[in-house]
Design a protein around this ligand. Structure first.
Ligand SMILES: [Cu+2]
Length: 140
């Protein structure tokens, strides 16, 4: 049986003034670590639906010891990845995390889980949860 979940967005403010989620993830792709490997990746589009820039200070996952934001650049024809300390999404804009560009590295799995959950924090506020259970691609 398959539970139908949506990519859910948490707005931890109690008032309902803002009908739209402040930050929304679409086109989410999780690349799970291959057996025996320590790293997976995640790609997605992050849309800032507010009129202020949103800075993602931290991303965590119950299934991984750390989640890092990386950027791939080509230097002398060789692709290199470097860690990016913070991801800022300008007001009203969408940032695309994709193969060959900015992406999330899922480091050191804690448990061999089928599902992946990513929690996006702006300062100490949890602003977005992206859950692989929402993805419709195949069984694992
Ligand atoms: Cu990387």
């Amino acid at each position: 049986m398959r539970m139908v979940l949506t990519v859910c967005t948490l707005l931890l403010v109690s008032c309902g003034e803002e009908p739209q989620a402040p930050l929304a993830a679409t086109d989410v792709v999780f690349i799970k670590p291959l057996p025996g490997m320590n790293m997976g990746a995640a790609y997605m589009s992050l849309a800032n639906n507010t009129d202020r820039a949103i800075s993602i200070a931290r991303i965590s996952s119950p299934q991984f010891r750390s989640v890092e934001l990386h950027e791939t650049t080509i230097e002398d024809g060789v692709a290199r990845m470097r860690a990016v300390p913070q991801l800022t999404i300008p007001a009203g804009e969408t940032v695309v995390l994709q193969r060959g560009g900015k992406h999330l590295m899922l480091m050191r799995p804690t448990i061999p889980a089928n599902a992946v959950t990513l929690e996006f924090y702006s300062d100490d506020t949890l602003i977005l949860i992206v859950d692989s259970a929402a993805q419709s691609s195949g069984e694992q």
